[in-house]
Design a protein. Structure first.
Length: 525
């Protein structure tokens, strides 16, 4: 039995960016002339949290406003916190030991901050001098693969199975023994026409964008999974991108029918970074579960227990918000709570502001955690666990920004099964046509099987005949990452798993609406 499932590998989702560095108004450490600056770039290693030198620019003589020609290529991953450090030195001799030269200033930031800023400009830090100049870093996406996709329309004639019966044919396309697409099967049909389908151009070429040999096969579908080969044909990317064409299927040296390429339309596509660098803003709202099933906050063993170590909720918040905040210009995050009774009247709420003020916004990840800590002693944990109110809250805001300028992320932290599953499904289906992604962290050891139904990776979420227009939910159990593991590394892995689908979901929304990145006039297909 042949496994026809194709999934994009992480290698395909990594984007390479090129960094260009310049500086202004640097310190002048030379007496007769001006400083001779050089910039040293460091990356922080994920596991050890130590800094490793990545490279050095050239030295520019007598210049306090250098524009460095040396470029730095770095693999960018949205779902990771990629820390960088830039140090500028005045080079006074031939020594490669940096301590032998005058230190002019440094900047520590993330790659996410750079790519989301368009042009990242920040003051240099120096422990001894107040005015020390500015650093400017610009990022440009570098890719040898074409930003295109191909829409195909295939049909067939005279497919041969046996004299007395008709086949249930489907097509598969391979590149280097790797499956890149499988069509649906057409019931009882010698002359089928399959629905149009789309393949990224990168899947039809090698890693350098060059032409490769491709294999198309036609199979007869069997319910038991033991499909029978009807025939096959070899071709190249150049051939398959030129329609109309007719190919003779071959099986064991004999003609077994014809495959007709009726249409192959090449369309321009866009990447996640095209939108982020073009100015699309990410907005993250946080929703925290304050139901009684978490346990009383004063009790050891409670998921909200305020002991010497951060709660599991705090660890999850730190993991995700520390990455998301790099894409939010003001770093102000609305934080909602649900499932608790509020002061002074003890009214149960499934949509309240965690800072217990008239505005839900908290400044940065530190402000989010501070509001969470201050809220716990003031409220009464209760229940049930209702998701729909906070989903509808964020969906309402995202509906007013549905022109592609902004994209919304709702992070829900919860300890148990959903009480309002029907309403939650209804809310998600309604939100699926809006610029929104929902990421859910399961805290504790409860049964989270119902969450997998919402995280509809194996099919569109449906309710009473209504279907979500796209998959917008990602669920990850916290316990899968924090089980005796190194906390820093586990935190990074949790964030990667939670945020991995956001770029694809954002692109899915933009494509469905035909929104190009800012600055590009033509629509997407």
């Amino acid at each position: 039995m042949t496994n026809f499932k194709y999934e994009a590998t992480s290698q395909e989702l990594v984007v390479e960016v090129e960094l260009t560095i310049s500086a202004k108004c640097l310190l002048n450490k030379d007496v007769i002339s001006k400083s001779d600056p050089m910039c040293v770039v460091y990356i922080q290693l994920p596991k050890s949290q130590t800094w490793q030198e990545y490279g050095r620019t050239e030295i520019i003589k007598n210049n306090l406003n250098p524009e460095f020609a040396t470029k730095f290529l770095i693999d960018y991953r949205f779902e990771e916190l990629q820390k960088l450090k830039f140090k500028i030195y005045d080079i006074d001799g031939a020594s490669t030991v940096l301590d032998n030269h005058d230190f002019l200033g440094e900047v520590e930031c993330s790659l996410g901050q750079i790519v989301s800023s368009g042009k990242y400009v920040v003051a240099l830090h120096h422990p001894s001098f107040k005015s020390k100049g500015q650093l400017c870093v610009q990022a440009e996406e570098i890719s040898g693969l074409p930003k295109e996709e191909v829409v195909f329309l295939f049909s067939a004639q005279d497919l041969k199975k046996s004299f007395f019966s008709k086949p249930d044919p489907f097509l598969v396309i391979y590149k280097d023994s790797n499956l890149i697409h499988r069509t649906i099967f057409m019931k009882n049909n010698r002359n089928p026409q399959w629905p149009k389908f789309t393949i990224p151009m990168r899947a039809l070429c090698d890693k350098n964008g060059q032409d490769v040999k491709l294999l198309l096969q036609s199979w007869n579908h069997n319910e038991n999974g033991k499909h029978k080969l009807l025939g096959e044909v070899h071709f190249t990317r150049q051939t398959i991108c030129n329609a109309p064409q007719t190919f003779n299927l071959n099986k064991k040296g004999k003609n077994s029918g014809k495959i007709i390429l009726k249409e192959s339309v090449v369309n321009r596509t866009h990447t996640f970074l095209d939108y982020i660098m073009g100015g699309t803003k990410l907005n993250c709202t946080i929703a925290i579960d304050f139901t009684a099933s978490n346990g009383h906050p004063n009790t050891v063993g409670s998921l909200h227990y305020m002991g010497p170590s951060p709660t599991l909720y705090e660890q999850a918040l730190q993991s995700v918000v520390s990455i998301i905040q790099d894409y939010d210009s003001d770093k102000q995050f609305p934080v909602l709570g649900f499932g608790a009774k509020l002061p002074p009247d003890g009214i149960l709420s499934h949509e309240f502001f965690v800072n217990l003020t008239s505005s839900p916004f908290c400044a940065g990840v530190e402000g989010v955690i501070h509001a969470y800590r201050c809220c716990l002693p003031a409220i009464q944990l209760h229940g049930p666990t209702n998701f729909a109110p906070v989903i509808n809250h964020v969906a309402g805001f995202s509906a007013t920004y549905s022109n592609g300028d902004q994209y919304f992320i709702l992070l829900i932290l919860t300890d148990g099964a959903i009480s309002d599953m029907h309403d939650t499904k209804e809310a998600i289906i309604a939100a699926s046509h809006l610029p929104i992604s929902i990421i859910i962290v399961g805290i504790g050891n409860a049964d989270f099987s119902s969450m997998n139904e919402l995280d509809s990776d194996n099919g569109r979420l449906s309710l009473n005949g209504k279907y979500a227009s796209r998959d917008i939910v990602q669920f990850v159990p916290f316990r899968n990452f924090f089980n005796g593991s190194d906390s820093n590394y586990a935190s990074q892995e949790l964030a990667k798993a939670l945020l991995a689908e956001v770029p694809t979901q954002l692109l899915g929304f933009m494509k469905s609406k035909g929104f190009p990145p800012k600055g590009e006039g033509s629509n997407l297909i």
